[in-house]
Design a protein around this ligand. Structure first.
Ligand SMILES: NC(=O)c1ccc[n+]([C@@H]2O[C@H](COP(=O)([O-])OP(=O)(O)OC[C@H]3O[C@@H](n4cnc5c(N)ncnc54)[C@H](OP(=O)(O)O)[C@@H]3O)[C@@H](O)[C@H]2O)c1
Length: 263
């Protein structure tokens, strides 16, 4: 979809990738409604980007998502694109994961995109155009040890995107699922960064990932997996998961010490 002049709602807008993506979309002429939990930072960013609206809200409940969506629809006088970028992760052994954190991750990473899509879809259906962009992760195709709940949330987001794309196939509304590999943003704790270094995990610069997200949006990609060999492993994992079990075994043993806070 063309970005210039499109009415775009972007969640996670003040995050590591979000702020870069917001500036890039604005530079290309998008009419933006930016959404994030951090109201103060959101106001600052919206002020910086002429003509941009801020709609702050905690996306971890259905009611808040509906409220934010209604606010965005009023501010932009409709919607052409929803980019579900907000997310939370957790790097821990599953026995140490709290039920509250599990719930939060499923709410923000999976249900918020679903609730927001549900809220924006009727407007898109009425105009018979629109683009729904869900930012997942390579961990949404390769279950990653010590990111177990996060992986589960992104697997589900991928399933939602695929099913909805098929459901809307006879309309002009497009659904994209975009899966970056690890990115150097505040989402990744110091323990993740040290584990990444110790295991040789590839980590991209957020600017490079944002450029690829924009390219995927402009070329209406149904799905996009960033980085080699990760994009190849996604295919291998789908066909031969036992091979990937073996390939990741040594890395998982190193990761455990970081996840348990022993390193
Ligand atoms: N970084 C990576 O390695 C990586 C790799 C693959 C995919 N991704 C995905 O890319 C997306 C962006 O990640 P990022 O690296 O830019 O992360 P980030 O820097 O942590 O930014 C995430 C943003 O989401 C917002 N957010 C979190 N919970 C929210 C809630 N309940 N309501 C509203 N906003 C909320 C955060 O706001 P607050 O700061 O105010 O909480 C933050 O601004 C995520 O979906 C992530 O899963 C990231």
């Amino acid at each position: 979809m063309q970005i210039n002049n499109s009415r775009i709602v972007l969640t996670g807008a003040v995050g590591g990738m979000g702020s870069i993506l917001a500036r890039a979309l604005h530079a290309q002429g998008a009419r933006l409604a930016l959404v994030d939990a951090n109201a103060e930072a959101l106001e600052v960013l919206a002020k910086e980007l002429d003509g941009t609206f801020a709609a702050s809200g905690d996306l971890s409940s259905a009611a808040a998502c509906k409220q934010v969506a209604d606010q965005c629809l009023a501010l932009l006088d409709g919607v052409d694109m929803l980019i579900n970028l907000a997310g939370v992760n957790s790097f821990t052994a599953f026995e140490d994961e709290s039920p509250e954190k599990m719930e939060l991750m499923m709410h923000v990473n999976l249900l918020a995109p679903m609730w927001l899509t549900r809220a924006f879809l009727p407007a898109m259906q009425q105009q018979n155009s629109g683009q729904l962009v869900n930012v997942g992760s390579i961990f949404g195709s390769i279950g990653f040890a010590y990111f177990t709940t996060y992986s589960a949330s992104k697997f589900a987001l991928r399933g939602f995107s695929e099913a909805l794309r098929r459901e809307l196939a006879d309309t002009a509304i497009k659904v994209s699922y975009i899966a970056p590999r690890a990115v150097k943003t505040p989402m990744n704790s110091d323990a993740v960064m040290r584990m990444g270094e110790a295991t040789g995990m590839n980590m991209d610069e957020p600017e490079a990932v944002v450029a690829k997200i924009i390219e995927a949006i402009e070329s209406d990609k149904k799905d996009a997996y960033f980085g080699f060999p990760e994009s190849l492993f996604v295919r291998v994992n789908a066909l031969l998961p036992r091979v990937v079990d073996g390939a990741l075994a040594a890395q998982n043993r190193i990761a455990r010490a970081f996840a348990k806070g022993e390193k």
